[in-house]
Design a protein around this ligand. Structure first.
Ligand code: F6R
Length: 248
């Protein structure tokens, strides 16, 4: 596991956007799809802004990109302002030339009975395209990646999960209070994240510094799912100075 520390999150986001853009272009030259695993939340906003800028100002095309988002609240309507569908459209998809049919986000409208089959198919689609080329991650205050909360196993599959209290508290501002905040979500499992050819976990700010230390320097444990990335052969933590401040 590598860590790279940038002066600030803007510089860090630009560097990550450049790595993604370079891979998209290299794949274009070979007539191949580029498979991106994408995250939501506050952390990747600067990354998406830079990717939009690269499209608008430098002609970067997303025509050969296929994306798979990590997670979606359940239940959730796609046109809700709290949905990750809405988030991705607002911050990225509506501003670049990615094909709508190439954008995948777990479906928050399924019946409970339909979820496990849907999750198997979500993973099968990723596999049929040859797996994720670059997986973008943020990290929860409890060390979650996607919505793989503490206790998630290394071989966990894509599934419906119960959100931790701390995760719901963090989201409650968006939902107008804890009681209105979803209790469950569909998340890509740890196994598919670990199978990605390249993993980039981004974290900004002092508030993430303790969990970053645990994830990078602590023992590998299901209590901190991000610590599994210590066992990935091509994972990098991209940090600002504040998030890195507790590392030895
Ligand atoms: C979002 C996701 C979550 C977030 C994490 C950090 O798709 O999978 O794991 O990355 O909760 O959220 P922020 O970036 O808002 O601090």
């Amino acid at each position: 596991i590598g860590t790279i520390v940038f002066e600030n999150s803007t510089e860090a986001s630009k560097a990550v956007a450049k790595e993604i853009a370079d891979l998209i272009k290299a794949k274009q030259a070979k007539n191949e799809f580029c498979i991106l695993g994408l995250a939501t939340g506050s952390t990747p906003k600067g990354l998406y802004a830079e990717l939009v800028r690269l499209h608008k100002e430098e002609g970067l095309s997303f025509k050969n990109v296929v994306s798979f988002n990590l997670d979606e609240y359940y239940p959730m309507e796609p046109d809700s302002i709290n949905s990750y569908v809405f988030f991705m459209k607002e911050l990225l998809f509506n501003h670049v030339d990615i094909l709508p049919e190439n954008c995948h986000i777990p479906d928050g409208t399924l019946s409970k009975e339909a979820i496990s089959k849907y999750c198997r198919e979500y993973e099968a689609k990723i596999e049929s395209l040859g797996g994720i080329d670059i997986q973008i991650l943020g990290i929860g205050g409890n060390g979650h990646i996607g919505f793989n909360e503490s206790g998630s196993l290394k071989n966990s599959k894509t599934r419906l999960v119960a959100l931790d209290h701390i995760t719901r508290v963090a989201a409650s501002g968006d939902f107008g209070g804890l009681v209105k905040t979803p209790r469950t979500a569909i998340t890509l499992g740890v196994k598919k994240i670990m199978e990605a050819k390249r993993v980039i976990l981004m974290a900004w700010g002092e508030g993430k510094s303790n969990i970053i230390k645990e994830a990078v320097e602590g023992t590998v444990t299901n209590q901190v799912p991000a610590s599994y990335l210590q066992e990935h052969n091509n994972a990098t933590f991209v940090l600002d100075q504040a998030a890195a401040s507790k590392l030895t």
